[in-house]
Ligand binder design. Structure first.
Ligand SMILES: Cc1cc2nc3c(=O)[nH]c(=O)nc-3n(C[C@H](O)[C@H](O)[C@H](O)COP(=O)(O)O)c2cc1C
Length: 161
């Protein structure tokens, strides 16, 4: 199915320590492609805050690591973001957070922090954060793709201007 979105480009930002987030992000990218989007998968280590404003649509797939921190590949991005504070008023986003409730009170805290920053810089949360608790099972990946379908529908409603 092609949703004929006015803005087909979607940045998918991936923050991962052991690869689970990358696996989920790959599946999300494939699904977006099936729906007619151009998914641009970028490792957080290669990302810089200014690039967020180059897109109208953003999906972050990231884990929270020890005691609520960003994974190693996202630490530079995390540090740089508040200093740049990009204007994201034209950006719609969603986050798929990977974490584990066993790490309470740090469950998903890095993903939550990033979501708050994106909204602080003017971005609109197109769909509430999708949480994966524990190592993703095939059912978890399927649920993430259902979430992807929903956010893709929301992205497709963004007007052309
Ligand atoms: C050493 C270690 C520390 C972790 N710390 C947290 C944490 O503070 N908060 C959380 O929600 N999940 C935590 N997790 C769970 C991971 O986020 C989860 O395993 C996730 O699937 C890892 O994703 P990744 O493979 O993309 O790195 C931790 C896992 C490990 C092994």
């Amino acid at each position: 199915m092609d949703l004929h979105a006015a803005h087909p480009d979607v940045l998918i930002l991936v923050g991962t320590q052991t690869g689970n987030s990358e696996t989920v992000a790959d599946a999300v990218a494939d699904r977006l492609a099936d729906l007619g989007f151009d998914a641009h998968l970028v490792d957080m280590a290669e990302a810089y805050p200014e690039m967020l404003a180059d897109y109208r649509q953003l999906i972050v797939v990231m884990c929270t690591w020890s005691d609520g921190t960003f994974p190693d590949n996202g630490k530079d991005f995390e540090e740089a973001l508040p200093g740049v504070a990009p204007d994201l008023s034209r950006v719609s986003f969603g986050i798929i957070g990977l974490g584990d409730r066993d790490y309470h009170p740090y469950y998903q805290t890095a993903a939550i922090w990033l979501g708050e920053r994106l909204q602080e810089y003017g971005a609109t949360e197109a769909r509430a954060m999708h949480e994966i608790d524990g190592t993703p099972t095939p059912d978890d990946v399927a649920a993430a793709l259902t979430w992807t379908d929903a956010i893709a529908e929301a992205f497709a409603q963004t007007p052309a201007s």
